[in-house]
Write a protein that binds this ligand. Structure first.
Ligand code: MN
Length: 737
């Protein structure tokens, strides 16, 4: 890359500012070139190339002469023999002030000790507040340093990249400079997460190769449709950047393949009304994806961003994200605060005048006011950081450790962010000293204390309730391990009984000797396979004792007698255990059926067992154990599969009474208020109705099915006999699935 020549710099400025002071630009060029002399950058390039590149970045933002000159001179006072006095005498007080501001913040080391960090950040904001052009030069300086970061020694790289991601990129975003923010984030991402960056980049290229033609098809189609309605619009398709894709993957905990909107379109129109006309055309051409429409025109973002966002299902079922806005909105979206600064050529830029419209300026002013009030730079830094990252929440451990989380995070996310073990054993939380549900949405500045209990397994349902990828993955791992352990325990019990039935000795050693025959590598694998129903106990017995006669098929009743033990008893601490709401703190909101997904024990659907019922468990491969009341008609289907039968019985804890789902069917006379009578009767007797279904309505009668939850069989029977007393009910009975 050749160094920019003197005339090139002048040409760049003149292209957007015909009244530029060429002489001033030329003097600055020569002054800085002489000052930097033979200094070299880490890349081996002459140092002077750097301030020139910084100035070039600012010409893209169409900034005034003073800003461009300040960019050319920004490193002279700190790094060369040049002085502020000399600069003032040659370039005037305005430029001196800018260079002074830049020199003051030059040595900012924001990722340093907390106190120093606070003080430095304060200096930075004060300098910006004095003249916002200082920030523009500073951001351009950082951008060029990030673009050339690969020349810097590796140990220094990460620190600079982190500082960029933590301070400069959000600051650019807060000032509404999206393009700059995105490039800074992208460059930082490359150095902070190199593997993630290269994987995503590679995948993106593959997708572009595969689907690139769809994109241009949409672009052409959209342009034609708009033109047909007489709307002048610029349509540009663009691919999302790796960083924004990575963030989405993290936030939603999805894989690259699950991401649907990798491509986006920007539609730029002249007039505000046209934005809504375009929206209408888009929504009548392709189906819109619900929940994705956002109108930032009527409600601008805090950084002045205005645009309409929507997502539609385009050709080939691909999701397409669209941003619709006017020219002017687009300029503000890209340049942010710089869009306000550039036409103030020749005047001192103060936070006044046209800037009053800008919400970004308002934020800056508010922040600076705060700065004047407070005297604790550390506190100030925390406060400003909180304001800076508005899509994040910052919380603290009781010891003051800062935990940054995405917005919407809960104490469960917090616990996992602290440590996986803390998350796995979390049973409760205190927020700012007060007990709070584990699903509370955390707010900025919350101090969170996690209560833990050993031997805890996170409920599987948490997985869908957390927002951080780390928590989700850890919960998945923990529940999988727990489920496997449960299956293995179950399998061992099944095998012990099978060997007993066959009147053969069973030991782990004997099983180990038969592993090869069973095509497994560990006894635990055999246990888990049997528990899951993937392997039958009879086959295992046969593998250990190949000479054994085949077992006679027996009925469950016969087995109950033959094993001589009657009901097979499960106690707390056994491997097969009822997972009930209430056993696991935080799970109160989860209905018992919802736990069936990952856990091996569940109740038969359509009318399950309640305490007091005699029950039996049926093992279903890959699903687990389903508990049926012994009178359930569904059990007939398993008569010839003795391996799947498990004798179980209730093991209830009196201290935490629990409701159980049951179903009743009744036939009611059709008259006003009859349904109300039924539901009132149930409610008066402490039954909780989950669902009411009315079937086969005839002129005179209605069949009603009610799913309700009760404490036990006695409670259910009491409700049924109360219902029988009602005149409007002709028949009522319990249904078991
Ligand atoms: Mn510099």
């Amino acid at each position: 890359m050749g160094m920019m020549r003197q005339y090139e710099l002048v040409d760049r400025v003149r292209s957007y500012n015909p009244n530029t002071d060429e002489d001033l630009l030329n003097r600055a060029y020569v002054y800085a070139m002489r000052a930097h002399g033979t200094q070299k950058r880490a890349s081996g390039d002459p140092f002077f190339a750097h301030p020139l590149e910084v100035a070039a970045i600012l010409t893209d933002l169409k900034l005034d002469d003073a800003t461009i000159v300040a960019a050319v001179l920004h490193d002279t006072v700190e790094d060369t023999a040049a002085t502020l006095e000399e600069i003032e005498s040659m370039f005037g007080p305005d430029i001196r002030r800018l260079v002074d501001g830049l020199t003051k913040i030059k040595k900012l080391d924001l990722v340093s000790k907390k106190a120093a960090q606070g003080e430095n950040f304060r200096k930075l904001l004060l300098a910006i507040a004095e003249d916002v052009r200082v920030l523009l030069v500073k951001l351009a300086d950082r951008l060029h340093n990030m673009r050339t970061l690969h020349f810097v020694p590796p140990e220094k790289r990460l620190r600079v990249a982190e500082e960029t991601a933590e301070i400069y990129a959000p600051l650019a975003g807060r000032m509404g400079m999206q393009e700059l923010r995105e490039e800074l984030e992208e460059l930082a991402f490359r150095h902070i997460k190199p593997e993630a960056h290269s994987t995503i980049t590679k995948r993106l290229e593959e997708v572009t190769e595969r689907e690139g033609s769809v994109i241009s098809a949409i672009e052409i189609d959209l342009k034609e449709k708009l033109a047909a309605r007489g709307i002048q619009a610029e349509v540009a398709g663009r691919r999302k950047r790796p960083y924004s894709i990575w963030r989405k993957m993290e936030r939603k905990s999805v894989s690259f393949e699950q991401l649907s909107d990798i491509f986006g379109f920007r539609v730029i129109v002249d007039q505000l009304e046209d934005c809504y006309r375009v929206l209408g055309i888009v929504h009548t051409t392709w189906p819109m994806v619900p929940g994705r429409y956002k109108d930032y025109i009527s409600t601008p973002k805090q950084n002045d961003y205005r645009s309409i966002h929507t997502t539609v299902v385009g050709p080939g079922h691909s999701r397409v994200e669209l941003q619709i806005r006017t020219d002017k909105m687009d300029r503000i979206a890209e340049y942010g605060i710089a869009a306000h600064a550039h036409y103030k050529d020749g005047r001192t830029t103060e936070l006044s005048g046209a800037a009053d419209e800008s919400r970004a300026y308002q934020w800056l002013r508010r922040t600076v006011d705060l700065l004047a009030e407070g005297d604790n730079p550390e506190e100030f830094l925390e406060h400003t950081k909180l304001e800076l990252f508005h899509d994040q929440v910052f919380c603290f451990t009781p010891k003051g450790r800062l935990i940054a989380l995405p917005r919407g995070a809960t104490p469960i996310d917090f616990a996992y962010a602290v440590h996986t073990d803390v998350g796995n054993t979390a049973v409760g939380a205190k927020i700012n000293g007060r007990i709070a549900p584990l699903l509370t949405e955390l707010q900025n500045g919350d101090e969170v204390e996690i209560t833990r209990a050993d031997g805890q397994v996170p409920p599987a349902a948490w997985e869908s309730l957390v927002v951080t990828g780390k928590a989700r993955a850890a919960i998945r791992r923990a529940t999988r391990a727990a489920v496997r352990k449960q299956y293995a325990g179950l399998g061992r019990q099944i095998l012990e009984r099978a060997f007993m039935r066959a009147e053969r000795v069973f030991t782990d050693e004997k099983l180990k000797a038969a592993l090869k025959r069973l095509a497994r590598t560990a006894v635990d694998d055999v246990f888990a396979a049997v528990g899951r129903g993937e392997m039958f106990s009879g086959d295992v017995v046969k593998a250990v004792y190949p000479d054994l006669e085949p077992e006679k098929r027996s009925t469950p009743e016969a087995r109950g007698e033959s094993n001589g033990k009657g009901w097979f008893e499960l106690r707390k601490g056994d491997n097969l255990k009822f997972k009930l709401p209430g056993e696991t703190p935080g799970a109160n909101a989860i209905p018992i059926r919802g736990l069936g997904g990952d856990l091996p024990v569940r109740f038969a659907p359509n009318g399950g067992a309640v305490p007091g019922d005699r029950i039996v468990g049926i093992l279903t491969p890959g699903e687990g154990v389903t508990i049926y009341p012994i009178q359930s008609p569904s059990l007939a289907a398993f008569d010839n599969e003795p391996d799947r039968w498990l004798d179980v019985r209730w093991d209830l804890d009196d201290k935490t009474p629990q409701r159980f789902p049951a179903r009743i069917a009744l036939n009611s006379i059709n008259e006003p208020g009859s349904l109300a009578q039924i539901t009132t009767t149930i409610a008066e007797h402490d039954g909780n109705i989950d669902a009411v279904t009315m079937v086969r309505p005839t002129p005179d009668f209605t069949d009603v099915t009610i799913d309700l939850t009760v404490w036990d069989l006695k409670h259910l029977s009491a409700i049924i006999s109360e219902l029988r007393e009602k005149r409007v009910i002709s028949r009522v009975e319990r249904v078991v699935g």
